[in-house]
Design a protein around this ligand. Sequence first.
Ligand code: SF4
Length: 321
Amino acid sequence: MVKNILEVRDLYLYYKTYKGIVQAVDGISFNIPEGQTLGIVGESGCGKSSTANTIIRLLPKNTYKYEGSIKLNGEEITTIPMDEFRRTIRWRKVAMVFQGAMNSLNPVLKVGFQVAEPLIVHLGMDKSEALDRARQVFEKIGLTPAFLDRYPHELSGGMRQRIVIAMAMIMNPQLLILDEPTSALDVSIQAQIMNLLKSLKKEYHLSMIFITHDIALASDISDLLAVMYAGEIVEYGPIEEVLLNPQHPYAQKLIASIPRLREDKEPEFLPGNPPGLINPPKGCRFASRCPYRFEKCSEAPDLVWINGNHYVKCHLYSEGK
Ligand code: SF4
C-alpha cells in the first residue's frame, strides 16, 4: 500500500477583518499518497490558496484561528516551533510556487543566482557550488546553462515560470504546492509548463498539490481531486471517479461547465454566487444554488464516504437518495 506523504484532518484557517471573522478554510480533511498529485479546484475565494498557506504555514497577521492536524510523512507539522519549521520544513520538504510569482523575480539579480540563493542561505553552500546545482536544475526544467546569466526582463513569461519552478525545486522538496501556476500564460506555453510538471512528477516521484479554478487543467496532472466550495471540501476522491461520476451537485455543475469538443452538448452555467465567508449559512453552503435542495439542507451536512477514498458532503447521500 502506498503511504501518505500528507494527511490533513479538520483543518481550519479563519481571518479577523474589520467586517468580521472570515472562515476561509473550515474543517477540511484529505490525504495525498506519496508520488501523487491532488488537484484542488473551485471558484475564486473558496479557500484554495488559504489551504496551501496553512500547509506551508504562511499565515497572515490577522489569522484568528489556525487549528487541525497536518502530518507530513507521519510527522505533525502544525505544532513545530516557527523557527524550526522555517529551518527544516519550508522549502526543504514543502515548497510552493505562488500565484503570479514569475512577476516578482528580482529584476536586478541574474536568475541563476536567484535560483541558487536558497542553497547559500539555508544550506550554507558556497556560491559556485550552489550555481552548479542550479545549472543541473536548469537542465531538468529545459533551460540551457546560458540562462543562468540572464535577468528576468530578458525572459518570456513561460521561461520565468520555469525559473520560479526551479526555485521551488532547488532544495529537492518532497511536496510541491503549485498555486495557479499557468493562469497568466497563453495556452501553448501552458501546455509546455504542464508537460514539464508531469515530467518532474515522474522523474522525482514528486508529490504535488495543484491549485486551479480550471478543472480540465487539473485533470491533466492530478491523481486525486478535491472540490472546494465556500471554505469546505465538498467532494474528494480519485480523479476518474470524481470526473466521471461526480456526486456533489456543485461538482456536477463544475464538470458540466467544461466545453466538450466531441459532443454537441453546450456547457452549463452555474447561476448565482457563493456565500460570503463572514457568517456563511448555517446549513449547506451550496443550498442557495443547488437544484436538489430540500428541507434537511438547512442543517450542515456531514462527510459521507462513497468508498474508501472518496467522500462527499451532501445530504442527498446521507439521506440515501
Ligand atoms: Fe444540495 Fe442539499 Fe446536497 Fe447541499 S446538502 S448540495 S443543498 S442537496
